[in-house]
Design a protein around this ligand. Sequence first.
Ligand code: MG
Length: 377
Amino acid sequence: MPVKKIDVFPLQYQETNDRLADRQITLVRMETDDGIVGWGEGITMFTPATLATTAMLENGLADLVIGRDPLDNEAIWHDLVREVWWYGDVGGIAAFAISALDMALWDLKGKILNAPLYTLLGGKKHERLPACASTHPSHAKIDDLAKELGDHVANGYQLVKAGFGKKGEANLGVDAGRDIAYVRAVREAIGPDAGFIIDVGAKMFWDVPYAIKMARAFNESNLTWLEDVFHPDNMHAHTYLRQAVPDLRIGFGERYWNLDDYQRLLEAHICDVILVDPGRALGVTGMHRITQLAARYHVKMDPHSWSSAVNGAASIHVALSNPNASIFELKPVENPMQHELVTNPIGHVDGWVYAPEGPGLGVDVIEDVVHKYHLRS
Ligand SMILES: [Mg+2]
């Protein structure tokens, strides 16, 4: 049952969790000669990366998979990584293309063997993970911002995450006094037991002294972790943060590409939780290798997973297969790529996230919806 056909779908949608901003993904539909279909995703997010990934897939990379047996998926993964030696094997957007192909191959393999992905990865080490409402705050007033997160906890989420520097009027991350007041107000609104993560993120450019000051103040409100405080190239800055606030957990890594990147991060001993996506870090194969390595370093892992139901399904399977999985992030507001794209969206049940049942990724993609959001139509 070799792979007979691969179609590439660059999609654009408006993200209800991000002030209806245009966001993009690149999906791959892979079909065997006996009609079994698998899906994979690259989280390309922006137009240049989406079009480049689509072009890479349609002009050579997909051809390397045609005619191959999906059961040989890891051998194919190695061939793909070797193929992009000039434009992606040490990181870069070729990883999106390989991620999508690899994820679709695992989906096919599961369907051929009639086994869910977590079984192919060696079985579940957890039955379920605590659900985290992962948010982009946008209200202007602190009371409204705090209430929004309090409502998510009231609706069953065990944790909340707030990103700084997002669209809208929240303006978080730029005013020390206001940010500290915000964190205190959120802790008040969510109660003492809910998890609370602050994601400083890519739009902030804090220096080390400022970050230490903020981290100390935030940690009085009992953060679960502080995330992405510095640029990925600025690993040593975390060392100073770690030394200055030793009882603060640090989450990091969503912008890295591959096992070598994460190995450097883990060897630096600067974070307590790594974040990783199968739709970016070379697919299910890449993410599984990374998370297994993190477990050897006794570092927790959190699937970043802020994309479609395809990436989300792959993420929950890999996470449940990993002994050090910690939480699972969900976009709390219904959105096209989570709730419209598949017949069985991933949500939480009483604050817990489970793997979708069924072979492979376990989600059923609705092809009419794929065509509806096609970037070029
Ligand atoms: Mg983040």
